[in-house]
Ligand binder design. Structure first.
Ligand SMILES: *Cc1c(COP(=O)(O)O)cnc(C)c1O
Length: 421
C-alpha cells in the first residue's frame, strides 16, 4: 500500500493527480507521499514495540529537509554518514541526542561538529578513527558515547555494490578482533562504550543473513559484558529490501524482521536501534517524467523521456529495476507496445529499462518510475548540465515543492572564471 494509485484514469499521489504536479512544477520531478512515509515508519516502530528502541531513519536514502522534518516529528532518530547529513538532521529539528553518526571516514571536523551540536552516539568503524575521536573528544572536554561497528562476515545475498557485511568489505572491524578493540576503546579518554553496531547491507530480501549476523552480535555482547563492558545498546543497522517489481515475491515485512531481532538479541535487555532507509522511503516516492520523442529504431522502439541517469542513477549504477507506468491509466485489455525507455544523456548506460510493456505513448505523455523515493534524488547530479531534479511532497489534497528546480542562471552562477584567464 503506497498511496500511488489510479483514480479516474489518472495516477495520483494520495489525492493529487500527477498531471497537476507536472503542469505546475514541470518534469522531471520526484514526488513523495507523506502518508506512505508515515505508514512505513510506524511499521518499524510497531515491529519493535516489545522493547525500548529508536528507529533512526538512514538520511542518505533521502535527505530532503521536509522528509527529515516529517520523520523527526514522528519521533524518528537519524542515522547520518557525513557532516552535511548531520546538519540536515539538525536543520529539520531533530535533537542531537537522536542522531547517530555512522560512516567509514569521519573527519576530525565532522567529529567536532557533531560533538558541539550534540550526538547520541558515534558508530566507530576502525581503530584509527577511534583514536582520532578520542583525541578530538578529550580536547573538547567531552566524553562521547560510542558503539563499534563489527563486520560479522555474513553474506547479505544482495547486489555486491551494496553488501557491507563480508570480511572483504571496507566496513567495520572484523568481529574476531572486537574484544581487543573494545578493550582499547574502554581505556581511551573521551569515549564511553555503550553498544555494538552492525549493518550488513542494503536491499536484503531474506531474513537469514540478519539472523546470522544478529546471533553473532548477541554472542559478542555476552563476551563483552563478561570482559566488563557495560553494553546497553545495540545498533542493528538497516537494509530491509522493498519490492521493486510489483509482480515479484515481496521481501519480508518489518514485523517479521522485528521478530528476528527479538529471537536473536531480545533476551539481552539492550535498547535497540535500527537504521532503515530504503524500506521507509523507497516506495513512498516516484519519479515523474514526460515523453520527449518516440523513436522508431531497427527492431526496437525507444521512448526518449526527459528524466535521465543524472536524475535516477540506480539503473545505470546497479542495473536496478524500477517499474515504469503510464500516468494515464491504460484501458483494460489495451494493446501494449514494447519500448526501451531511455534518457537524453550521451551514454548508452542512460537506459532505464528495455522492452517495457506500455500503452502506446506519444510526445508530452507522462510516465512514472515507481519505487524511486530512496537513493533517487540524493544521487542526482547535473551531468550534461541538466539542472538538479526538483522534489515535491504530497499530503492528502495538498502538495508543496520541497526542493525547487534551479534555473540555468543559478546553475551557471556557481562556477567562476578566474580573472587571469
Ligand atoms: C545505508 C545505510 C543504512 C540504510 O540502508 P537501507 O538499505 O536504506 O535501509 C543504514 N545504516 C548504515 C550504516 C548505512 O550505511
Amino acid at each position: 500500500m503506497d498511496h500511488f494509485l489510479y483514480r479516474d484514469g489518472i495516477l495520483h499521489a494520495e489525492n493529487v493527480p500527477l498531471t497537476r504536479i507536472a503542469a505546475q512544477v514541470g518534469t522531471p520531478v520526484y514526488v513523495y507521499s507523506a502518508a506512505t512515509l508515515t505508514r512505513h515508519f510506524n511499521l518499524f516502530r510497531q515491529a519493535l514495540d516489545w522493547t525500548d528502541h529508536l528507529v533512526c531513519f538512514a538520511v542518505k536514502a533521502n535527505s530532503n529537509l521536509a522528509v527529515l522534518k516529517l520523520m523527526g516529528d514522528l519521533g524518528a532518530g537519524m542515522d547520518v554518514v557525513s557532516g552535511g547529513e548531520y546538519l540536515r538532521a539538525k536543520a529539520a529539528g531533530v535533537p542531537g541526542d537522536r542522531i547517530v553518526f555512522s560512516g567509514v571516514g569521519k573527519t576530525v571536523q565532522e567529529m567536532r561538529l557533531a560533538i558541539e551540536g550534540g550526538i547520541r552516539q558515534f558508530n566507530i568503524e576502525s581503530e584509527p578513527e577511534m583514536r582520532a575521536l578520542s583525541t578530538v573528544a578529550s580536547a573538547m572536554g567531552a566524553e562521547v558515547p560510542v558503539a563499534i561497528r563489527v563486520n560479522p562476515d555474513v553474506d547479505a545475498k544482495t547486489h555486491e555494490k551494496i553488501a557491507t557485511g563480508k570480511s572483504d568489505n571496507k566496513f567495520g572491524i572484523p568481529i574476531s578482533k572486537a574484544r581487543q578493540v573494545y578493550a582499547e576503546a574502554a581505556a581511551l579518554p573521551g569515549l564511553k562504550v555503550v553498544g555494538v553496531d552492525v549493518h550488513i547491507g542494503s536491499q536484503l530480501t531474506d531474513l537469514d543473513p540478519y539472523r546470522a549476523a544478529y546471533a553473532k552480535v548477541a554472542d559478542l555482547t555476552r563476551a563483552l559484558r563478561a570482559d566488563g563492558h557495560d553494553i546497553t545498546r545495540l545498533d542493528l543497522g538497516g537494509g530491509l529490501g522493498i519490492p521493486y517489481r510489483r509482480d515479484n515475491n515481496a521481501p519480508p515485512l518489518p514485523i517479521e524482521y522485528g521478530q528476528v531481532v527479538r529471537d536473536t538479541v531480545g533476551d539481552l535487555g539492550c535498547e535497540i536501534e535500527i537504521e532503515p532507509g530504503r524500506n521507509i522511503v523507497g516506495n513512498a516516492g516516484i519519479l515523474l517524467s514526460q515523453v520527449i520523442y518516440l523513436k522508431q529504431g531497427e527492431g526496437r522502439d525507444f521512448l526518449i523521456v526527459d528524466a535521465a541517469m543524472n536524475d535516477l542513477l540506480r539503473p545505470a549504477m546497479y542495473g536496478a529495476h524500477h517499474d515504469i507506468v503510464s500516468v494515464c491509466e491504460p484501458d483494460l485489455g489495451a494493446a501494449m507496445h514494447k519500448v526501451d525507455v531511455v534518457g537524453p544523456i550521451c551514454e548508452s548506460g542512460d537506459t532505464f529499462q528495455k522492452a517495457v510493456e506500455l500503452p502506446p505513448l506519444r510526445a508530452d505523455d507522462l510516465i512514472a518510475f515507481r519505487s524511486a523515493g530512496a537513493y533517487g534524488a540524493v544521487m542526482s547530479s547535473e551531468y550534461n548540465s541538466r539542472p538538479l531534479v526538483p522534489e515535491v511532497l504530497v499530503s492528502g489534497d495538498q502538495f508543496a515543492v520541497i526542493r525547487a528546480r534551479p534555473s540555468f542562471e543559478e546553475m551557471l552562477a556557481r562556477d567562476t572564471i578566474p580573472e587571469w584567464l
